[in-house]
Design a protein around this ligand. Structure first.
Ligand code: SF4
Length: 375
């Protein structure tokens, strides 16, 4: 079997040709060993993601559920995205906000953003994710700091998913009230990355890859990573995600880590997924990462349909979005349109929470308070 260790340097994550050799070398014995082990290494993760592992899926689900229950109990954290702006200077082939798409763009004023946040707060959300396209000249540090200061008293956790920033900027945002940062690599396959990122700063693969480390080094409480499923081989994305996760754990053990699994959804521009990733494949990926890293938070957003999300409760994911709108101003003005992508689960927070309760789990709206913070 090809031998791969956690890289010393984040830039030395092996390329997809090497990772494919790792998966190709896996046998059923490797899968059994990974399923029975309490500490799964990157070879075990490759085995769990291999084609031979597909027939083990029910056992994966049971093992993943057992680990999730032991580490997180019978809980699902709840959050909602708040879209601040649809302006973007990048051209990502798969995104409705790409600079060359002819859509009506909006950026929320401070008061408009606060009004959107108030709606989410009244609906019972305590954790919000502030999302925007990457247009630093319109939405930069000053904007983010002011929004954080306005919202920090109302929300226990405020995450951001905006343009990658420098370490000192993340430290400033943390001081202003931002508690976590999500920055997805989109794909760890450098060739595909170059194909789908057509212009803009996002074309710099290495700068993006290093961003979660800058977030953690700045002292942020949590960092989220992920791959956009549908761009490249999902099994290899899974191994690369595992390597990135393990590297972050080794170097920034004080930072909480999460992984998201966004699957490509229909968006402006009519981009078609380059590879098909169905629900069985997504399930295998989620179970494999849970078995590989018992402590990682796993997010399943409203990109997925209600039926699938309900079925996954208790099996691995630990955080669900609910009642989501992906257009700036969309909570105050649902008639406006201009979404980044179409959502698959249209239930309200109340409906999502009651379905979680019906399965015997507790929806958690608040799991953190700033008074816990030790400076
Ligand atoms: S994915 Fe992000 S950076 Fe790329 S076009 Fe969309 S909003 Fe801009």
């Amino acid at each position: 079997m090809q031998y791969v260790m956690i890289p010393q340097n984040i830039f030395s994550i092996p390329d997809f040709t090497e990772l494919a050799l790792l998966i190709d070398g896996c046998s059923e014995n490797d899968i059994e060993r990974a399923l029975q082990s309490d500490k799964v290494d990157i070879h075990g993760l490759a085995a769990l993601l291999s084609p031979a592992a597909e027939s083990f899926l029910p056992r994966f689900a049971a093992r993943s559920a057992e680990i999730t229950d032991r580490r997180f109990g019978r809980t699902i954290q709840i959050y909602a995205p708040l879209y601040l702006s649809s302006f973007c200077v990048n051209r990502c082939a798969y995104c409705g906000f790409a600079a060359d798409n002819k859509i009506e763009r909006r950026i929320l004023s401070y008061d408009e953003a606060e009004a959107e946040a108030d709606i989410l707060h009244q609906r019972g959300f305590n954790h919000i994710l502030l999302v925007s396209g990457e247009a630093p000249a319109r939405l930069g540090m000053e904007y983010l700091e002011e929004i954080a200061r306005r919202l920090r008293q109302k929300f226990a956790a405020i995450s951001i998913e905006v343009q990658p920033l420098e370490e000192d900027e993340y430290a400033r945002l943390f001081a202003a009230g931002i508690t976590s940062v999500a920055v997805y690599q989109e794909t760890y396959d450098r060739k595909v990355y170059d194909q789908v990122h057509l212009s803009g700063k996002k074309c710099d693969f290495d700068y993006r890859l290093q961003t979660p480390a800058r977030v953690a080094a700045a002292g942020m409480r949590e960092v989220g990573i992920g791959a956009l499923l549908g761009l490249a081989d999902w099994r290899l994305e899974g191994v690369a995600l595992g390597l990135h996760l393990a590297w972050l754990r080794k170097h920034y053990w004080r930072t909480a880590l999460t992984v998201s699994f966004p699957r490509l959804c229909p968006a402006e521009g009519d981009f078609q997924p380059l590879v098909k990733v169905g629900e069985p494949q997504l399930s295998q990926l989620i179970f494999a990462l849970r078995i590989f890293d018992p402590d990682v938070g796993l997010l399943l957003s409203t990109r997925e349909e209600a039926r699938f999300r309900d079925g996954m409760i208790g099996l691995g994911p630990t955080r669900y979005s609910a009642g989501s709108c992906t257009a700036p101003g969309g909570y105050s003005h649902p008639e406006l349109g201009g979404e980044q992508f179409a959502v698959g689960d249209h239930r309200s927070i109340r409906e999502v929470c009651s379905d979680i309760c019906r399965k015997g789990y507790d929806p958690v709206r608040k799991d953190w308070d700033a008074t816990f913070q030790v400076n």
